[in-house]
Write a protein that binds this ligand. Structure first.
Ligand SMILES: NC(=O)c1ccc[n+]([C@@H]2O[C@H](COP(=O)([O-])OP(=O)(O)OC[C@H]3O[C@@H](n4cnc5c(N)ncnc54)[C@H](OP(=O)(O)O)[C@@H]3O)[C@@H](O)[C@H]2O)c1
Length: 249
């Protein structure tokens, strides 16, 4: 049984991943900002395994430090860290983009991932074992107009994964970078600030990936034999050729 910390476990990819890994018998530290969602997920998953929940905003260094320092002694040896928390905010040109949206994406998708990792890596190095899974995006492979800042944050995740692998391999720590294509979650609803109709258009006319599909891929990577490190994985829905090109019926 492994101890796995999943950020962004209250929704979408993170939630499905926490569910699957819980059902596989691991104990899970579920993280997010919505306390009531964390509590109901904790109740739901506690039928399968031990669950511990942590409420914090990854953008706030003090909150990250306080939350991770509050993990009880018998949960502190985190075997697997899944850096999943993140979102896109807005779909605007650089000249029209809102700087608050840029701050949210850069602070959450990049700095937040670094803050959480910095707290967990020292223990992994001490134990000479561990696995970090970073959720990037196909947006890191192909920049698209109006999504430049989001794409830049995900490119940064790719680079951080590469750097982590360089720094951590000698300590027996694996690093996996996952690039999902279009997955139907709350992602577009958040990008379009609650506009359900606009969010639905992103997934219209083809079969997008489900959060469970990415959870399966993550589980495959973390369950690989000890001598195998899956460094990078890109997963598209069958109808998507690259971020901008989706074949719709
Ligand atoms: N859906 C896609 O098409 C797609 C494609 C490629 C990559 N991704 C990436 O996959 C990851 C998960 O996205 P998703 O599609 O599952 O979206 P989602 O359903 O909106 O889930 C996002 C999760 O991140 C958490 N989160 C967001 N900002 C946070 C913050 N500042 N502090 C703490 N937690 C935060 C949210 O929890 P709270 O609201 O409770 O804090 C939520 O659990 C993201 O990194 C996203 O960029 C998604």
């Amino acid at each position: 049984m492994k101890t796995i910390l999943v950020t962004g476990a209250t929704s979408g990819i993170g939630k499905s991943t926490a569910e699957l890994l819980a059902k596989q018998g691991n104990r899970i530290i579920i993280c997010g900002r919505r306390q009531e969602v964390l509590e109901s997920l904790k109740t739901e998953l506690s039928t399968f395994t031990e669950i511990f929940s942590l409420k914090f905003d990854v953008r706030n260094l003090e909150e990250v430090e306080a939350a991770i320092n509050s993990i009880p002694e018998d949960w502190k040896n985190i075997d697997i860290l899944i850096n999943n928390a993140g979102n896109a905010h807005g779909l605007d040109s650089l000249s029209a983009g809102k700087t608050d949206d840029w701050d949210s994406m850069i602070d959450g998708n990049v700095k937040g991932l670094l803050y959480v990792s910095k707290m967990i890596i020292p223990g992994m190095k001490e134990r000479n074992s561990g696995h970090i899974v970073n959720i990037s995006s196909v947006a890191a492979r192909q920049t698209y107009a109006n999504g430049v800042v989001y794409c830049a944050t995900k490119k940064a995740v790719d680079v951080i994964s590469e750097g982590m692998r360089l720094e951590l391999t000698e300590f027996g720590i694996k690093v996996t970078n996952i690039q999902p294509g279009a997955v139907e979650t709350d992602f577009s609803l958040i990008r379009f600030k609650g506009d359900q109709e606009r969010a639905a258009t992103v997934y219209a006319g083809y079969e997008p990936l489900k959060a469970e599909d990415i959870a399966d891929s993550i589980a495959y990577c973390v369950n690989a034999p000890k001598h195998i490190c899956i460094s990078d994985m890109t997963i598209y829905p069958a109808a998507q050729a690259e971020p901008r090109t989706i074949y719709r019926k």
